[in-house]
Ligand binder design. Structure first.
Ligand SMILES: NC(=O)c1ccc[n+]([C@@H]2O[C@H](COP(=O)([O-])OP(=O)(O)OC[C@H]3O[C@@H](n4cnc5c(N)ncnc54)[C@H](O)[C@@H]3O)[C@@H](O)[C@H]2O)c1
Length: 376
């Protein structure tokens, strides 16, 4: 790493790869950074794919070999935006080469794998960050302040949901998401609502879950008439109990026909409540419990909610999904420049993965399951 720049190696240039590349391109114009990102090399599954994406996304070099990317002396940060089954091998190679690792969620395919990655990173004192970008929303930061500051009293309940419709059509073909190592809806989007529940209310101690596959077969490939069984859930519902004693529920559903991005929650406290959905990500509904003032008040995002003002000096003009990645990348670069740890790091992502796996076990055994780990 030279004095003022960090070399970026990006592995995987699909939906998330493009989102990371956009964030690395935009962040310097919006944040005052001590360390600026410098795109170095992009890896994809083939040379052809890698070259096309590198040209489009502003990376000077391309490769089909992520191992060489991880070992590249010009690379300081390895951003892992490849399918879940590749996370562990790529991350382990990056750790071995002493790189900072910025990995997409879920951290890996199983809790055992996530634990190996976490222990290796910690043993090598590697800075890690996992892409739970929804935590970066200024409205979520506000929600955390409201909860942590006691503004709505003692938290008694959390009702959380991540519902989208991208797998609602039974003819959507198999992908890494529907393979057992993709983890199904509960891992793919259940990880997001689990990370939010932990961020806002704290560790989840036990779960009782029901996982259901709505579409038992899907085409083996785009346009194929051949169908293969689906081994993962389309929809999971879980009852949860937090270590604090608060209780509630989580739902992960990628076949929710009417929903495009209902990553949402309602938190009930003894003195008030808050309510949020990512479909209206610039608003937080707050009920402060004042007598004669029943019903939620809509709080609109603006410069009073950092780092909104980095993007726009006027309230109500709205941030978008890609802006959350820009904020995430700014926090990574700030942490690296200051030698500080990032959040959520691998240890936190491991806790999320353990919670997901407890839900899968609970559904299989039809029983309440304690989430493992001494300090969740
Ligand atoms: N944080 C979020 O909001 C969010 C949203 C979507 C996806 N994700 C996560 O991002 C990751 C990628 O998901 P996606 O939706 O971008 O998938 P995608 O299928 O759109 O992209 C995956 C990319 O990886 C490439 N790839 C496959 N094999 C490779 C190899 N051997 N070497 C290098 N590249 C290879 C593919 O060609 C493709 O370009 C997943 O872990 C997913 O869970 C996170």
């Amino acid at each position: 790493m030279d004095k003022n720049t960090a070399g970026i190696g990006l592995v995987g240039a699909g939906f998330m790869g493009r989102c990371h590349a956009n964030a690395f391109r935009s962040v310097s114009g919006l944040f005052d950074l001590a360390l600026e990102p410098r795109p170095v090399v992009l890896a994809d599954a083939t040379e052809e794919l890698a070259q096309a994406s590198a040209a489009a996304l502003g990376f000077p070099r391309a490769t089909a070999d992520w191992k060489s990317l991880c070992a590249d002396p010009e690379v300081d940060i390895v951003a892992v935006t490849a399918p879940n089954a590749l996370h562990e091998p790529v991350v382990m190679a990056a750790i071995e080469a002493g790189k900072t690792v910025y990995c997409e969620k879920p951290l890996s395919t199983t809790a055992a794998s996530a634990r190996r990655m976490t222990e290796a990173a910690e043993a090598a004192a590697i800075t890690t960050l996992v892409g739970f970008n929804f935590l970066r929303n200024p409205m979520i930061r506000l929600a955390r302040e409201v909860v942590a500051g006691g503004e709505i009293g003692e938290i008694t309940g959390f009702r959380g949901r991540h519902a989208e419709n991208y797998m609602a059509d039974p003819d959507v073909p198999h992908s890494f998401r529907t393979q057992p190592e993709g983890g199904g809806a509960v891992a793919d989007i259940g990880s997001h609502i689990t990370s939010l529940a932990r961020y806002l209310v704290g560790p989840i101690a036990e779960v009782a879950a029901d996982c259901r596959t709505i579409h038992p077969t899907r085409p083996v490939a785009p346009g194929s008439a051949e169908r293969a069984p689906v081994a993962v859930d389309d929809m999971t519902h879980a009852l949860i109990r937090f270590e604090s004693g608060a209780s509630g529920s989580l739902e992960a559903n990628w076949a929710a026909t009417a929903r495009t991005m209902d990553l949402s929650f309602e938190i009930t406290g003894t003195a008030g409540a808050i309510c949020f959905t990512q479909e209206r990500m610039n608003e937080l509904l707050l009920w402060s419990g004042a007598p004669g003032r029943s019903g939620y008040t809509r709080v609109e995002s603006g410069p009073a909610h950092p780092p909104y003002g980095r993007f726009c000096p006027a309230p109500g003009h709205h941030l978008g999904f890609n802006d959350l990645k820009v904020i995430e990348v700014a926090e990574l670069l700030d942490a690296l420049a200051g030698g500080a740890p990032c959040f959520p790091d691998f240890r936190e992502a491991l806790r999320v993965q353990e919670t997901i796996e407890a839900m899968q076990r609970s559904a299989a055994e039809r029983a309440w399951i304690a989430v493992p780990g001494p300090a969740h």
